[in-house]
Design a protein around this ligand. Sequence first.
Ligand SMILES: Cc1cc2nc3c(=O)[nH]c(=O)nc-3n(C[C@H](O)[C@H](O)[C@H](O)COP(=O)(O)OP(=O)(O)OC[C@H]3O[C@@H](n4cnc5c(N)ncnc54)[C@H](O)[C@@H]3O)c2cc1C
Length: 389
Amino acid sequence: MTRNSPLLERAVDACAVAAKFCDDVDRQSRFPTESMQALKDARLMGVMIPRELGGESASLRDIADLCAQLGQNCASTAMVYAMHQIKVSSVVSHGADHAWHRAFMACIASQQLLLGSSTTEGGGIGGDLGNSICAVERDGDEFTLRKDATVISYATQCDAILVTARRAPDAPGSDQVMATVLKGQYTLEKTAEWDTLGMRGTCSEGFILDARAPVDQIMPLPFAEIAARSMLATAHLLWGALWYGIAANAVSRAQAYIRADARKKPGQVPIGAVRVAEASNMLQLMRSSLNAGMERFEKAQLANDDLNSMSFAIDMCNLKIGTSRLLTDIVNQSMMVCGINGYKNGGPYSLGRHMRDAMSAPLMINNDRIFGNTSNMLLVHRLDQRLAG
Ligand SMILES: Cc1cc2nc3c(=O)[nH]c(=O)nc-3n(C[C@H](O)[C@H](O)[C@H](O)COP(=O)(O)OP(=O)(O)OC[C@H]3O[C@@H](n4cnc5c(N)ncnc54)[C@H](O)[C@@H]3O)c2cc1C
């Protein structure tokens, strides 16, 4: 019998709550309040924070496992949890030597805070997270910031938002910082609804974000380094993990459908059985590339040069593109197996929500944009052709 990690054991109740409310969350396009509360009750929000600051020093691998498990039950809950952990990882990776960020980490762990993210911006920036129009304006010990944030997930439910902006009003678009603003330090004026095909529970509405906060809350490291050294990898690994959860659940529904069909017609192999085999093959590819990606990141973390290298950036971009494509293929394949029972909402073989949630994956930082970035790097970078790497 396979044993769950201790973190997964603690998440069993939250997963059950997520499964119970996922259709309602999806139908009403509402925040998954019940499952997020269950995650807080199990004290799973601050697990990545170092032990000496009240956390549990959990590894990214364990968090990814948890995201995959949540993804099997409610993709929106899994995405909210993953986005929160991506922000926590930036603070853990780059705030350890900074007094304000150490105190903030202790608060995340003790108060089970939920962190949001604001990188996307209007005015043509979109998902180009290496550029900003808005800028931090220093005013003594404080700074102000006004951002046309066209997408911020669960902005009204979170306790703090990590915002990217230019370092100063006269800085170029790519000279960015990342600042944390706490609830009470910002106002949000809603500019866009979130009535989408899928991932409806992330409540990723648009806002004008206006903030004033102490300058201590600006991360000391330039944002470009935060992105290269932790955020991109963490985001692609945790998104990939929860997408794996959606895919695994779709395949298990298709497999259950085929088994039931086979029982009805003894002696005959249902036509869809081969598609289930093919879907399980793609699922294995997805799992292998996520595990290999995790190993790649763990190795790169031991060598700064590697973390900043083109080869690492290309690997992490390819991981996102590959897992998002496999997800949509797997859900499509599972839908073909379940047929009309997959197409109908509500039944045990229903796959409509999986399909709608999956469609966000290639668009969440558009795969074409990512291909654009890797194609530029591949003009100068030599591919490693060794099998073992
Ligand atoms: C579920 C979900 C939750 C999200 N939550 C958040 C959040 O909490 N905070 C946040 O900040 N953002 C969030 N986002 C937004 C996300 O981070 C991206 O900003 C968003 O998906 C837009 O990405 P994009 O600009 O690449 O794509 P789009 O706005 O869709 O634009 C891409 C278009 O431009 C084309 N294109 C490709 N390359 C380039 C290029 N180099 N330059 C210009 N155009 C190009 C593409 O082909 C495509 O047609 C969320 C998105 C989703 C789906």
